[in-house]
Design a protein around this ligand. Structure first.
Ligand SMILES: Nc1nc2c(ncn2[C@@H]2O[C@H](COP(=O)(O)O[C@H]3[C@@H](O)[C@H](n4cnc5c(=O)[nH]c(N)nc54)O[C@@H]3COP(=O)(O)O)[C@@H](O)[C@H]2O)c(=O)[nH]1
Length: 795
């Protein structure tokens, strides 16, 4: 010890210590950088480290030697220098190999340090011995021992520090410790040589072979390594216990989570929680034999380092499929992160089972594309398929057909039997339609009672027309709903693509226009799209939109046409809807009432007319009646009685003043139901008149069977009675027959005095027509009633 201090403090320049330390530090940085290059192959890291350390050893040694003996002329001893270099190279490679082993413990790390220090010390002393040979150097053997123990310890700690330093933490300490090792060994070996005067004394009593520096060094090296290993083993046991406790703690924590958690190092599974074992069906032992990549089936499996690939995605999870012992694939979401884990770094991979979420997502996707009632694709589903069909037809120069279907009479079913029955009907209709299709055809429900059928390939338009006819006839059999036989029909429009539309929207529009045309031609028809067809349909469509808006804004008005008794007294007024369109002027009811019927708008419109008319009539000064027209659609509504009752209650109009006019067509659809309704209305105290009499087919039977209060003879007869004897015969018979059945008779459409006197002469009870009074606005009616009241008072 004393010898070393003397050497370092008085025989050596301070500057030379700094030089050695500086050189050693630079080489240490290089060596540790090489060893820590994770992107390099292991042999490259080992080789790089060994070469740098061997060079450092030789350079620091010779630098120390020259600064100690500047006047000593010598050549590099051959082959001792190469042997020493080789020795350092080999031991440095061995140390690096030990350090890089996958399962590294404190013992292996310290052993790596010990081996390297011993190799370097041996090389230093070996060159020294060879340099002065054949002369013999005299050593302070205690200094040799100290040098070796110090070098071994420093080097071991350097590796230990390197092994436990985090990737993010600078490896400065490890570099400094290695630099000290690289400095201590040449300085220590040089410092162990006794001064020349002591040589002579020693030479007179030469060391025995047992006490030669190399023997002492070898022995002490073995002892030092053994000693260090003993301590390391003890530390290892303590560390192993601590690690076990740590991993137990982590496992308990991990088992408590809902996520699968596995710990990996260098792509291999090190540990896993219970959830992962449940998901994969593997036990802990089996899973630890696997690489992380073995657990997944996906595009990332081929990836060299799946864990690194996952880690590179940061906080955004990657969706993969986890495979296990059963081969079942579990959709999972994976996140990974570097963590300090028992003795160093590890990657924690969090795996979340997303089976339920995936199923929910799939269901949402399904819902987005399908109609929940019939399970058929919806508009979105249809448009994506239709786009492909059109593209295919265009590429292959073939054609596809699109059939637009709209049920006839569906609304009436919905209104009369309720929405549940309507839903059942739609489901059954869908089944019947599907039964008519080929496997390659495609059917979708757009909503309401609208369906679309796509025939992917048709040779002629006739193929589509044939299918359309089959679809029409498949509805002829009744549907049994809530114990009722229900009949519906279908109107079909046929369009071809790409002929009638190059995009899904265009061809759907063409099919829709053709379908409208089919509806206009009467129900249960099929119509092929023709160019120019769209203008008329679009106009009608625009009118429908306008009517909807007008109803919403309450732009419609009610006019009132007077009815007179045989003595010329006003008996009442008929309420007639009017539509003053802001751009098109006054639109006649003959245009918008049928449209309202088809679109179902007649229901809100009719209720509005009823409410308005009753409310206005309730304010009149005379107890005259008010007649309101009921459309077939209104008549089919299950809640018609309730609506009428409520309107009467709300407006305060006496039921005896209200007269509802129904037509024959309205009665024909479901005779028992219509009969029950007429009876219910009369039970409310409301009167019911049969309107447009004479235009139907079974007029006489209805007159007999239904408890009407009044018959209104249609104006198509009245305007002929003075010049067509047949027309007059019919009207005369109706008057006679109605009176026999105790029914009052109203003649409508009286335009001439001749018509009026003929009807009066034959006992017609009530008269209505332009001759007597045109439909007029509310204000005019009020004046008319007032003047009527005045006349009565005056009379
Ligand atoms: N369901 C509902 N139908 C309604 C409603 N408002 C009207 N309508 C029906 O629209 C059809 C056309 O009605 P409108 O143009 O108002 O014609 C009525 C009279 O103006 C017309 N009339 C009356 N007298 C004469 C005449 O001397 N000459 C002549 N050319 N026309 C005349 O007749 C219509 C009334 O007919 P009717 O209902 O049969 O008594 C018509 O069918 C209306 O029913 C409504 O709110 N709801």
């Amino acid at each position: 010890m004393e010898r070393l201090f003397t050497f370092l403090l008085s025989e050596q320049h301070f500057g030379s210590h700094i030089t050695v330390l500086g050189l050693a530090f630079c080489f240490a940085i290089l060596a540790i950088q090489a060893l820590s290059q994770k992107s390099w192959a292991p042999w490259k890291r080992i080789g790089g480290f060994a070469v740098v350390v061997a060079l450092a050893e030789l350079i620091t040694f010779f630098d120390t030697f020259w600064s100690t003996y500047p006047n000593l002329l010598w050549n590099f001893p051959q082959p001792a220098t190469e042997i020493a270099g080789l020795m350092t190279l080999t031991t440095a490679a061995g140390a690096a190999y030990l350090y890089l082993r996958p399962r590294r413990s404190i013992k292996t790390v310290i052993m790596a340090g010990g081996v390297l220090a011993f190799g370097m010390a041996f090389s230093a002393f070996y060159i020294l011995v060879a340099t002065v040979s054949p002369a013999t150097l005299a050593y302070d053997l205690s200094a040799v021992l100290i040098t070796l123990i110090l070098g071994t310890t420093l080097c071991a700690f350097s590796f230990w520090e390197l092994g436990s330093s985090l990737a993010t933490r600078p490896r400065l300490t490890a570099c400094m410790l290695l630099a000290l090792t690289l400095s201590v060994l040449p300085l220590g070996s040089m410092g162990s040589i006794l001064p020349f005067d002591r040589w002579l004394a020693v030479m007179q009593t030469p060391d025995s072979a047992l006490f030669s520096p190399l023997s002492v060094m070898s022995l002490s090296g073995v002892v030092a390594i053994f000693f260090v290993l003993c301590i390391a083993s003890l530390l290892d046991v303590r560390v192993a216990i601590a690690q076990q406790q740590e991993s137990d703690r982590v496992r308990h924590l991990a088992d408590g989570t809902f996520e699968g958690i596995l710990i990996s190092r260098e792509g291999r599974v090190v540990d896993a929680n219970q959830r992962i074992l449940d998901m994969t069906g593997l036990d802990l032992h089996a899973i630890k034999l696997l690489k992380v990549a073995d657990l997944f089936a996906s595009h990332l499996v081929g990836h060299q380092d799946i864990v690194a690939a996952l880690a590179s995605r940061g906080e955004s999870p990657t969706q993969l499929e986890l495979t296990g012992a059963t081969g079942r694939r579990v959709p999972v979401e994976v996140l990974s992160r570097e963590v300090p884990y028992v003795e160093g770094q590890a990657t924690v991979v969090a795996i979340r089972d997303i089976t339920e979420r995936k199923a929910a997502e799939d269901y949402i996707r399904y819902l987005a594309m399908h109609d929940t009632l019939t399970s058929l694709p919806n508009r979105r589903g249809l448009e994506s398929v239709l786009g492909q069909v059109i593209e295919h037809a265009r590429r292959n120069e073939t054609q596809a057909a699109v059939l637009g279907l709209d049920l006839d009479g569906f609304k009436a079913v919905n209104d009369s039997l309720g929405h549940h029955a309507g839903d059942m009907l739609l489901k059954e209709v869908a089944v019947r339609f599907q039964a008519q299709l080929r496997d390659i055809d495609y059917i979708a429900r757009l909503g309401g009672d609208e369906f679309i059928i796509v025939m992917r390939s048709v040779a002629r338009v006739d193929d589509a027309m044939q299918l359309a006819k089959r679809l029409i006839s498949c509805l002829w059999q009744p549907f049994i709903l809530a114990g009722h036989d229900v009949y519906v029909g279908v109107s079909i429009g046929v369009a071809l693509c790409p002929r009638d539309g190059e995009t899904a929207q265009m061809v759907l529009k063409s099919a829709d226009i053709a379908m409208y045309q089919a509806k206009l031609q009467g129900k249960g028809q099929v119509c092929e799209f023709q160019s120019g067809m769209d203008t008329a349909v679009r106009e009608r469509h625009d009118l429908e939109l306008d009517l909807r808006a007008a109803l919403g804004r309450q732009e419609l008005q009610v006019y009132y046409q007077p009815l007179f008794d045989i003595g010329g007294e006003i008996t009442g007024f008929e309420a007639l809807a009017r539509w003053p369109h802001p751009e098109r002027g006054m639109i006649p009811p003959s245009r918008f009432i049928p449209l309202a019927e088809e679109t179902g708008l007649i229901v809100p419109l009719g209720e509005w007319v009823l409410r308005t008319a009753c409310s206005v009539a309730a304010g009149w000064a005379a107890d005259v009646s008010i007649a309101v027209n009921l459309s077939p659609t209104q008549f089919q509504r299950v809640d018609l009685i309730d609506v009428v009752r409520q309107v009467l209650l709300d407006t305060g109009l006496s039921p005896t003043r209200l007269e509802l006019e129904v037509t024959e067509s309205l009665l024909m659809e479901d005779v028992p139901k219509a009969l029950a309704l007429v009876k219910d209305l009369r039970a409310l105290g409301v009167r019911v008149a049969l309107d447009d009499f004479g235009t139907g087919y079974s007029s006489l039977a209805y007159l007999h069977n239904f408890p009407f209060d009044k018959v209104k003879v249609d104006r198509s007869f009245i305007n002929k009675i003075t010049n067509d004897p047949n027309a007059w015969t019919i009207v005369e018979s109706v008057i006679v027959m109605s009176h026999k059945l105790k029914l009052r008779v109203t003649a409508e459409g009286i335009e001439t005095g001749a018509q009026l006197s003929l009807l009066k002469d034959h006992g017609c009870d009530e008269m209505q027509g332009f001759l007597l009074g045109r439909p007029m606005p509310e204000a005019q009616v009020a004046l008319m009633i007032e003047s009527m009241a005045c006349c009565h008072q005056a009379g």
